[in-house]
Design a protein around this ligand. Sequence first.
Ligand SMILES: O=C(O)c1cccc(C(=O)CC[C@H]2O[C@@H](n3cnc4c(=O)[nH]cnc43)[C@H](O)[C@@H]2O)c1
Ligand SMILES: [Zn+2]
Length: 372
Amino acid sequence: MTTIHRSADHPRPSPQGTGRRSRGGTLTDHRDLHAFIAGLPKAELHVHHVGSASPRIVSELAARHPDSKVPTDPEALVDYFTFTDFAHFIDVYLSVVDLIRTPEDVRLLTYEVARDLARQQVRYAELTITPFSSTRRGIDERAFMDAIEDARKAAEAEFGTVLRWCFDIPGEAGLESAEETVRLATDDRLRPEGLVSFGLGGPEIGVPRPQFKPYFDRAIAAGLHSVPHAGETTGPETVWDALTHLRAERVGHGTHSFQDPKLLAHLAEHRIPLEVCPTSNIATRAVRTLDEHPLKEFVEAGIVVTINSDDPPMFGTDLDNEYAVAARLLDLDERGVASLAKNAVDVSFLDEPGKARIRGEIDAYTSAWLAP
Ligand SMILES: O=C(O)c1cccc(C(=O)CC[C@H]2O[C@@H](n3cnc4c(=O)[nH]cnc43)[C@H](O)[C@@H]2O)c1
Ligand SMILES: [Zn+2]
């Protein structure tokens, strides 16, 4: 694993505010900025389905399936969700995947994840789902698609949160998983209405990106957008591979891009956004401390960045906290945070009327907040 080590160590990340100009020209207390973020309409572009299972959802699933090794007690879950490295994170992640055994589990998870997003004023989310992990565990493919679609429609009607899907290949599971994922994503009889993109997740070490080119070609030919993870735990060459071979339109993480100035310039020039997930990078130990996170270097290089939560309960975070972290790293006031939130809307795969509606909400909320 390529790990960024640049300054003194810190414990668990905690966003801190600095004085910033705000309402009526006074300095913004960081508590004000947190309150602003909490009410800000947002879009989340990089968040995993199973990785979004809150302690409440995990407990409910574990109670349904008591033979699981996943603890049901929320306090024990905090320890369980402390990772020694990325490989350990994936082991724990798969133990939670093992809790999802029936279409009703899939529906519960999806619907409850939408409820948690709505609580944070998330108006639109692209949820990364790994259908291979469920179908290989015996969930019927038709029932799986119906469960996510049923939850999507209910969530939009009841919470007002629009969900879309990214189906990702769990790369370490091999080309069999790639074939199965692209089949599920492109078969007209199965492909869910909410599916907009195609991804690649799991460990990067020992899982070269180019081998997945034929599967991305098929997904792209079927109208899906390409959004692989790359440069999370390996270097900039993986990001180049994702751009060249997988035709990435956005890059999941892209953290180690900062090691290659030519790559930074390319991402900026071609307006290829990075889906940045700061706390995730600390929790999986891809980056040592938040102060060493390259977010600011990306912005200074002119790259479009979006702020995301990845696997929020597993990383002890949520989207609001990720915006607070970004505000601190980039020294942003309310307008700066609102502009970050609009980046995510702009580069999302939502239709134009939907984007215009959320942009309008962000502007109206920000103006009302800053009004004297
Ligand atoms: O489901 C299986 O049986 C299976 C077998 C072998 C390997 C895998 C995986 O590698 C699954 C990885 C899983 O992790 C998800 N994920 C969540 N957060 C991240 C992240 O920060 N970076 C990369 N992957 C992540 C991803 O969606 C994969 O589904 C599974
Ligand atoms: Zn991810």
